[in-house]
Design a protein around this ligand. Sequence first.
Ligand code: ADP
Length: 329
Amino acid sequence: MTIKGRVFSGARPTGRQHLGNYLGAIKNYVALQDDYDCIYCIVDIHALTTVETTEDLKENIYEMALDWLAAGIRPEDSIVFIQSHVPYVMEMHTLLSMVTPLGKLTELPTFKEKIKQNPNNVNYGLVGYPVLMTADIVLYKADTVPVGVDQAPHLEFAREIVRSFNYRYGTKVLIEPKVKHTEVLKVLGIDGKKKMSKSLDNHIELAATPEETDKRVMQMLTDPQRVRREDPGDPDVCNVFSMHKIFSPKDEIEMINTECRRAGIGCVDCKKRFSANLNKHLEPFRAKRAEIEKSPDSVWDILRDGAKRANAIAKDVIEETRAAIGLPE
Ligand code: ADP
């Protein structure tokens, strides 16, 4: 029997998840459970670096957890928990900060981008974001971290922090995580231009009703060159077609690919078909979500149980780390 690797991944609590989250993260989270011991964390402390108000924080955590569970994250196999429920992470963050060069943190592209987005809120936490991320990874002895391209520099930096720590204290206590590059496709919003995102209000929620989904899909941009029904279209530049390729049966994809090019099918019909296929695909998800929603406490229980299991791992690692540094018992 081979020992499974351990995956850690965190996501900020953004409430109800959309198609971008699903195709870019959740689907992969679900699949990884077959090959790894997975730890999935809702990083509420990380969220504090940019949120303006915490009014919706609990609800956002709940809705996101609900979506994860309904999508197939199995709490009996994986640890699903809230970051702040394991306070050891703050300690690990502080300990790692001592071996983290400040100059490098401020040079990271994501940091530069964040200060551009929030010029009036360049806080200390924002600078330390990658250190807190590293603390999460090492605290649970994760050896594998799935990342998309945008997070790759953070992961490389996390590995450097781990190496510096182990070198400085002559230890091997912290595990240098391996990057698992995930083929993340960038899902465009209904505007067909920008990345699908809640803040841009160009998203399609997984938990939307079929009617709401139809409405959103009808607003999707298709091939911008195709103005009239009788114009032939180009599926290669059409966002709706890119979605068909994921959610529609093979013969339907082929039919649309051919018929769109010779104006045999119009955009409205094409969107109706996509919406129907998407709704069908999401049916089991929505049914499971509705079922779990009947007892909201069960979601919080799962998160609390996950925190218990996460705390047990973290406690040992923190003790080993303190000992490796030479802090008194
Ligand atoms: P975070 O700051 O935690 O990454 P987001 O809500 O931006 O929060 O994203 C959560 C996850 O969903 C990330 O893995 C991100 O890459 C993925 N994701 C979000 N939007 C999209 C999108 N439009 N296309 C592909 N993946 C996306």
